[in-house]
Design a protein around this ligand. Sequence first.
Ligand code: MIG
Length: 810
Amino acid sequence: MANSSGWQGVGDMPKPKKEGHTLTFKNKHSIVSVSVISADVIRVRYYPATKFVRDHSYTVIGRATVDVSAQYDIQSQSTHIQTERLQVQIQHRPFRIAFADQEGHSLDQDDPDRGMASVGGSVKLWKRLRPDEHIYGFGEKSGRLNKRGWKQGGYNYTIWNSDTFSYDSSTDPIYAGVPFYLVMRAGRTHGIFLDNTFRSNFDIGHENPDLLSISAAGGEMDYYFINGPTPAAVMQNYAALTGYAPLPPRWALGYNQSRYSYYPEEKVRFIADNFRIRKIPADVIFIDIHHQEGYAPFTWDKQRFPDPARMIADLKAQGFRIITPVDPHPKKLPGHFVYESGIKAGHFIKNPDGSIYEAPVWPSKDPINPAWSVFPDFSSKEARSWYGDLFKERMEQGVAGIWIDMNEPAVFNTPNGTFPNQVLHDNEGLPSTHAEIHNVYGLLSCQATYEGLLRIQPNLRPFTLSRAAFAGSQRYSAIWPGDDTADWPSLRAKIPMLCGMGLSGLPFIGADIGGYATTPSAELFTRWLQMSIFFPFMRNHSDIRTEFREPWAFGITYEAINKRAIELRYELLPYIYNEMHKASQTGIPPMRPLFFDYPEDESTYTLDNQFLLGGELLIAPVLTPEASSRKVYLPKGKWYDYWTGEEYQGEQTITVEVDLTSIPFFVKQGSFLFTQAVVQHTGEMAGHPLEVKIYPAEDSQALLYEDDGETLAYQQGQYQERLFQQKRKKDGLQITVTPTAGTFQPQERDLVFSIYTPSSISQVQHQGSTISEVKVLQPGKQGWQRIDAHFIKIQVRDQASKFTIDLLKG
Ligand code: MIG
């Protein structure tokens, strides 16, 4: 049935054929299949033809149906599927699908008038949108957290990765899109993932307030219904399908200093020396495209960097890692190993007439030897493996990670800034045009790079930072949201944007501190830095046309404030690392909006000026100029101001006073906050005390994961996981630390418990024997000390075996 706009609906379907856990429906012009992937995940495929082309995905890596028990009731007019947790009701005439929970409460359904349809190769699906449904996700997106939009005006989001220099809060699409969203309604959540790489569009009640429509410019309507009921459960199910972010090297979680552009070598050394002399902690320096000879990827400019290996070794001795960009646009340089080997093996993208596609990007701006670029076809397995091997020399020189820019892909000579749609890709054996590969070009460039680094250094965790991304990019890269501007709206926009990325399965994220394209005021820079302490990836980066903005660049008053902010990052590193480890196991993003942990609290559904880092910390950054106070919403439970120790009852909005040095954040009752003393870089951490801040509840617990921070030995069991527990007792408090897994042993060190305990403690015991109270804790010695009205500290030597500490009231 064609409607007025030409869309041809799926129409009526006869009874399906059942094969395994897949039901296939066919009529003269359409094929639809519905598969049970697990008790929580249902896959729907629709193609406007009598058969599917092939079953292939660049994103989904885990859809093998395992141990599913589902019942199928196939009637002539309808089919009903029941899994352990979901019901799927399929109406055959016209074909419509509805999803419900096991009690039959409706979760998601096709619009009864429209359902799925196609026109001219595009596919579209209209779903019901209820007034109280809140929508989140779509990857890196501007605007509010809740994609219903401000006052439910509705947004319309496009997935088409785009180089959007100096974008603002209304630009869409930008660099990285993920065709996945969560629906939250009255505390219950589910997700929809569209596994289609063509340009797609999600209209969230914009065109019609009662409809959410999904369309793609080609391919199948291939989507997954992903059950909750909690946001965490949706993310876990989504990660099982699309993969997990690997555990990053710990140094990458330190402070990263970057600039377009640090060169020559003396400048890089000057930056490094300044951090160390000024005692501002830092782990990584990013140099930019000027390190290359004539902007040719995989080269070094011999004048600017005469001996990269030596420079990198010297900086390593100072505790710095060096990251360089390698943009995926090889220069057309006859004689150069990248160009020659790629030409020889046929790894570059071709025009429809079979010639090699060339376009101007950075290498065309070389004043001495300008040349256009050629482009690896990352959609070919062979090209990916060839490309990954190109990094050998660079890694041997000691480069610690690869920064992948311009991989939307971006070119300089087309109106939309990317390849023409007609260029041809291998598409893993089924040749296709750029229209199909564009959105995964970034993802696949990261896969090629990541896998190459892993082959070259099989025992080191690869690090890549990418600008473009798609569903599944979490498996290979940290992502930063490109070139924004240095203004207050842009600062504020980072919270919903990064939270939305986390909700789209990308946990390892952080934005250019200060805003990229323009120069921030000292105050704006400081606020941005203070907020970024709590972003999984923390990097200061700026455009070549802006003023330098190292933490000391704004004068001594600001330098001291900025230094303190970076020190706090290092203090929190054991906690942040632990959260990244959890993300690597579960898919749950460390940086997340409040509704994620408090789905029953409706006042969190549109809250996008504060966020959580893990379950323990609530961050309320100062987001306005010359602020003297900020309002903070605290959800259910008891919360403690990290700085003052003041206790607050949740479910209220409080006002905290702030000045330029303030970094408002709150710790939840029951938390174990794993911290350390300030070090200048992560290489100094070993042997320093681990300080565990405990905010006792009746009883609570937390797992702490530790390892060597850098190698893959953890995959062979070389890590240490311990369970920290605290329990209130009649006569005080008991803390227990129990090793639970792994063989790794941290270097000998003190373990300090910093305990929030208003009650009067008079005695402390370690394994039943009394520890003496001291005025000052001495390194290496047991003791306990009263700090202030709220805290006492207990210090013991850390030990591999289980132990108990008792705090006894007088
Ligand atoms: O066309 O490498 O977003 O971070 O500094 C600009 C130079 C190219 C854009 C990136 C930015 C980077 C810059 N790049």
